[in-house]
Design a protein around this ligand. Structure first.
Ligand code: PHE
Length: 333
C-alpha cells in the first residue's frame, strides 16, 4: 500500500500541465475520476483491516489534498492566462467560505428560544411611522422619538428597532403568540468603535392570558444560562420604553478581573445586553387586541454587542469591512 501511495504521489508531482484546458481535464481523469489513481487507492483502503486504516489514512488524505491543490492551482493558472481575474473571486479557490459572526450568534440565540417553543418571524426594513413609532405608543412630539435618531426616506424611514415587527405580527391576530424576530436596524448615530449606523437586534414577544413579569425574568434567565454558561449572574434595572410598562434593562455579570472587562463594563463589571418589559396596553389596543383579556412581555437585544463580547472583537466596524482574513476566523460559538 505504502509503495502505491508513494508512486501515485510521484505521478501527481511529475504530471506536466501545459497552457490548455485539456491537460487539467486529463489530470482530473487520471487521478480523481472514479477510476482515477487516487480514487482506486481509496477503494482499496476501504478493504484494509482497522490497524492499517489508521496507518494509511493520514497518508491518503495528504495525497488527496496534494492532488486537489495541484489541479486547483493549475486550473486557476489557466484561467488567469485566459484573462480571468481570480482576485475578483477569492472564495472560488478551494475555500467554501464561513458564516459571519453576526449570523453565528443570531443562530445560536435563536436556537435557544426555538427550543422553548418560540416561532420565528421577519419583516421589512423600510418602515412607516405607524409601525416604527405610533403603534408602539410613541406619542407625536414625545421626546422618546429622539431616543432613536432616525434615517428618513421621504415619509418612510429605515426601522430603528425590530419592535416594528411586533406590530406586524400582533396585527395578524393569531393568539397566543410566542415569537422571536431577528433583523438589521438603522440609527443616524456617529460611527465609532462601539457604535455603528446599522446593527442587528433580536426581538422577542410573548402574548397570552395572565403572563407575568416572573415569566419574563425566567425566560431571559434561562437564555443567559444557555448562552453565556451556567451560573452567569444577571440583574434587572428599571428603565423606560414607551411600548412596555414596567420596563427594564438586563445586565449580565462580565466581571472586572481583566483590564478588558473593566473597560467593557466601564469599571462596574456589569454589561447591558437587552431592554425588556410587559407590553403596554396601548400597543395591544393599537393592534386590535383586547388588553383586558391578553397581556404579555417583549424584549430586544443587540446581537453585535454580544458577538463582540463572545469573540473579543474590539471595533464594531471590523465586522463589516468584508475582510475574509478576519471573517474566516469565526467558526462556531
Ligand atoms: N426596541 C428597544 C430598543 O431598541 C428594545 C426593547 C425591545 C425594549 C422590546 C423593550 C422591549 O432599544
Amino acid at each position: 500500500m505504502i509503495d502505491k501511495i508513494q508512486q501515485c504521489e510521484k505521478n501527481v508531482l511529475s504530471f506536466i500541465f501545459d497552457d490548455n484546458k485539456n491537460t487539467v481535464e486529463k489530470f482530473r481523469l487520471d487521478f480523481l475520476s472514479k477510476k482515477g489513481e487516487v480514487s482506486l487507492l481509496f477503494d482499496s483502503f476501504k478493504l484494509l483491516p482497522p490497524v492499517d486504516k489508521k496507518k494509511y489514512g493520514e497518508m491518503l488524505n495528504d495525497l488527496k489534498k496534494l492532488t486537489l491543490d495541484t489541479v486547483t492551482n493549475n486550473h486557476s493558472k489557466n484561467q488567469q492566462q485566459q484573462g480571468y481575474n481570480k482576485k475578483l473571486f477569492p472564495t472560488y479557490q478551494n475555500n467554501p467560505g464561513s458564516l459571519h459572526p453576526i449570523r453565528i450568534v443570531e443562530e445560536k440565540i435563536s436556537s435557544i428560544f426555538l427550543s422553548l417553543g418560540f416561532d420565528y418571524a421577519e419583516a421589512i426594513e423600510i418602515e412607516d411611522d405607524h409601525h416604527n413609532f405610533s403603534a408602539l405608543n410613541f406619542k407625536e412630539d414625545h421626546p422618546a422619538r429622539d431616543m432613536q435618531d432616525t434615517f428618513f426616506i421621504g415619509l418612510n424611514m429605515l426601522r430603528t428597532h425590530t419592535s416594528s415587527v411586533q406590530i406586524r405580527e400582533l396585527k395578524k391576530g393569531v393568539l397566543p403568540l410566542r415569537i422571536i424576530m431577528p433583523g438589521r436596524v438603522y440609527r443616524n448615530e456617529d460611527i465609532s468603535a462601539r457604535s455603528n449606523c446599522f446593527f442587528h437586534q433580536l426581538e422577542g414577544l410573548y402574548v397570552d392570558k395572565k403572563v407575568t413579569f416572573a415569566d419574563l425574568k425566567q425566560t431571559l434567565f434561562y437564555f443567559v444560562q444557555q448562552f453565556f454558561g451556567e451560573g452567569t449572574k444577571v440583574r434587572f434595572r428599571a428603565s423606560y420604553f414607551p411600548f412596555t410598562e414596567p420596563s427594564a434593562e438586563m445586565d449580565i455579570w462580565a466581571g472586572i478581573d481583566t483590564e478588558e472587562n473593566k473597560k467593557l463594563t466601564k469599571g462596574t463589571g456589569w454589561l447591558e445586553i437587552l431592554g425588556c418589559g410587559m407590553i403596554h396596553p396601548n400597543v395591544l389596543t393599537a393592534c386590535n387586541i383586547d388588553s383586558n383579556v391578553y397581556n404579555g412581555f417583549a424584549f430586544g437585544m443587540g446581537i453585535d454587542r454580544i458577538a463582540m463580547l463572545k469573540y473579543k472583537i474590539h471595533d464594531i466596524r471590523d465586522m463589516f469591512t468584508n475582510d475574509t482574513r478576519l471573517l474566516s476566523q469565526f467558526t462556531g460559538v
